[in-house]
Ligand binder design. Structure first.
Ligand code: PAF
Length: 288
């Protein structure tokens, strides 16, 4: 495994692998099992796997946790090597953004709902950095977790609308034995919060069962999911939504695939989780 922190070396290295399929796992580091499942799939499906580790300032709002976002590059390197990554691309902010940008990319749909509502500009920052990273790495396949389902929907649309030559693969959320979705930000949770946070997935799963039963309309489902969540948890919702997926539009009836998504705010962490559910109530475990 080699670690590269600049564009020249990256270009030189990739020139040697021109005929190979490149699998790419974009991350902000502090790797957990969710990232490792993406790496595993990339290693399985491609000749070469590139992992990027870059905490992208452009996708953090002024009052968000850019400075304190958890970082542990040495630990990440050990894990990446163990799981078969060939190249880690770990640029500095100066390498990625050497000067003030002349252009800006604005996500004009799917961005002002769910997480985008409280994080204006977040997805603009995500697609900007991804455009740069896709151009630098030129991957055949890029792997994303379904936990960030709104990001996945936006990246799918971005790649399609701008004809970017990369396949986007969305893989199942990896969970703790309790059901809590793995996230780099879980380190901010107290033990009590971790226990109560299990009600995120419990209430979403209950929602999937209600969809499967085919007896309730969208409002009734949301009401019941809310009370299920509140049985074990007095944290308030940032959102609880049932939308079409990947279009992320309001629905009154469930006629095609939907996302049931939740965000709650704990003392030091904001947790999100979701299930993507087909019209028969089956939970999808990949979205390509
Ligand atoms: O999901 C993430 O970790 C980030 O949003 C990504 C895709 C690496 C872009 O910075």
């Amino acid at each position: 495994m080699i670690i590269i922190d600049n564009l020249n070396d990256m270009q030189k290295e990739l020139k040697q692998h021109k005929q190979k399929s490149i699998g790419y796992v974009p991350t902000m580091g502090f790797l957990h099992e969710g990232h490792l499942s993406l790496i595993k799939e990339s290693v399985k499906e491609n000749d070469l796997t590139v992992l990027s580790i870059f905490v992208n300032p452009l996708q953090f709002g002024p009052n968000e946790d850019f400075e304190t976002y958890p970082r542990d590059p040495k630990h990440d390197e050990t894990l990446a090597e163990k799981y078969g990554v060939d190249i880690i691309f770990m640029p500095t902010t100066e390498v990625m953004y050497p000067k003030k940008l002349t252009f800006s990319i604005e996500v004009t749909q799917k961005a002002d709902i769910l997480c985008g509502k409280s994080r204006p500009g977040h997805f603009d920052g995500v697609v900007t950095v991804l455009l740069k990273l896709f151009n630098i790495i030129q991957p055949s396949n890029a792997y994303f977790g379904m936990k960030d389902a709104q990001q996945l929907a936006i990246v799918h649309a971005f790649v399609e609308e701008f004809n970017l030559p990369v396949n986007i693969k969305g893989l199942a959320t990896v969970r703790e034995p309790s059901g809590l979705a793995k996230s780099s930000r879980n380190v901010y949770l107290s033990e009590d919060e971790k226990d109560s946070a299990v009600s995120l997935i419990e209430s979403l799963t209950y929602g999937a069962e209600l969809i499967k039963s085919n007896k309730y309309n969208v409002n009734e489902i949301l009401e019941q999911v809310k009370s299920k969540f509140s049985e074990k948890n007095n944290t308030s919702f940032e959102y609880l939504e049932l939308l079409s997926y990947p279009d992320l539009e309001k629905v009154t009836k469930i006629k095609s695939t939907v996302i049931l998504a939740i965000a709650v705010k704990y003392k030091q962490a904001r947790l999100i989780d979701n299930l993507i559910i087909d019209k028969n109530g089956n939970i999808l475990t990949e979205f390509n």
